[in-house]
Design a binder for this molecule. Structure first.
Ligand code: F6P
Length: 307
């Protein structure tokens, strides 16, 4: 997110536009927590995880009164347009602000889950993938040394993008994700096959949103049939959301931050900027959450072939 903030500020300054940072997201908009920003306020942040502007969930912004207050504050501060970095919840809020109060809004897709239509990748996804992959590599050492079965749970909310790609990159024997329904009997059969070929260790990547109920629940359901193997569960959790961003994420965030400013200059509003097939694309915000983004089923097939 910091790389995107930097790009928004510097591109806006390049276009002779003033920039005001809103701290704590919509909560800060309601409180009027604003800070003037210039090129130097975003120096030395491209390599930092998180966001210098902080983030917060805002219950108040879900109400019409909260949004009215936010819009009034924005107008009083001379804010003509809002650049919102976030996922579908943030965009639904931005869209309402636009429809109810005429505030111009543009969204920048920022979520590790990568579950937004209108862009091939979201900011944070690649960093999360690499963090999860490195963790899996480390877990593999113990799995291998002790010949254990590891169930590693990754984030992604209701989507399996992180599970699919970290599973492939980490050489998982099995990948379980919400987009591919798998019966417990099939999981047992597939794991049985893995052990029949005398693998020294096994690692299953489970998406937190998988219908098995996550890694702990799955281990409960597997423990009787696989009691001869030592099984361990590892939930990767919030380490996936932090750390210095990868080069790929920094470049994506820089492109999207700049594109967001350009789209406002060009007169767009209530849209999200994304990158599709390496080209900047502008999508009406509504389409971002109303159209479900599909995982790449070819990758899922590939994972099966390679495991
Ligand atoms: O949407 C990003 C995400 O990290 C999900 O993958 C995860 O389910 C959720 O947020 C965790 O949210 P919180 O930090 O509020 O527990």
């Amino acid at each position: 997110m910091n790389a995107a903030i930097r790009a928004v500020v510097r591109s806006a300054r390049y276009n002779d536009l003033a920039v005001i940072g809103v701290r704590y997201g919509y909560e800060g908009l309601i409180r009027g927590d604003f800070v003037d920003m210039d090129s130097t306020s975003v120096s030395n942040i491209i390599q930092l995880g998180g966001t210098i502007l902080k983030s917060a969930r805002s219950e108040q912004f879900r109400t019409a009164e909260g949004r009215a207050k936010a819009a009034a504050n924005a107008k009083a501060a001379g804010i003509d347009a809002l650049v919102v970095i976030g996922g579908d919840g943030s965009f639904q809020g931005a869209s309402k602000l636009n429809e109810e109060h005429g505030v111009h809004v543009v969204g920048i897709p920022g979520t590790i889950d990568n579950d937004l239509s209108g862009t091939d990748e979201t900011i944070g996804y690649d960093t999360a993938l690499n963090t999860a992959m490195e963790a899996i590599d480390k877990i593999r050492d113990t799995a291998d040394a002790h010949e254990r079965l590891f169930l590693v749970e990754v984030m992604g909310r209701e989507a399996g993008f992180i599970a699919l790609e970290t599973g492939i990159a980490g050489g998982a024997e099995l990948i379980l994700l919400p987009e591919a329904l798998t019966e417990i009997q099939d999981i047992k059969a597939q794991l049985g096959e893995v052990f029949r070929f005398q693998r020294r260790s096994s690692l299953v990547v489970v998406a937190e949103g998988d219908e098995t109920g996550g890694a702990y629940k799955l281990s409960e359901n597997l423990k009787d049939d696989f009691s001869r193997y030592e099984m361990r569960v590892c939930i990767l959790g919030h380490i996936q959301r932090g750390g210095s961003p990868t080069a790929r994420d920094r470049v994506l965030a820089s492109r999207l931050g700049s594109a967001a400013v350009q789209s406002l200059v060009d007169g767009h509003t209530n849209v999200m900027v994304g990158v599709i097939d390496n080209q900047i694309k502008i999508t009406p915000m509504r389409n971002v959450w109303s159209k479900k983004k599909s995982i790449n089923y070819e990758l899922l097939e590939l994972a099966k072939i390679l495991s």
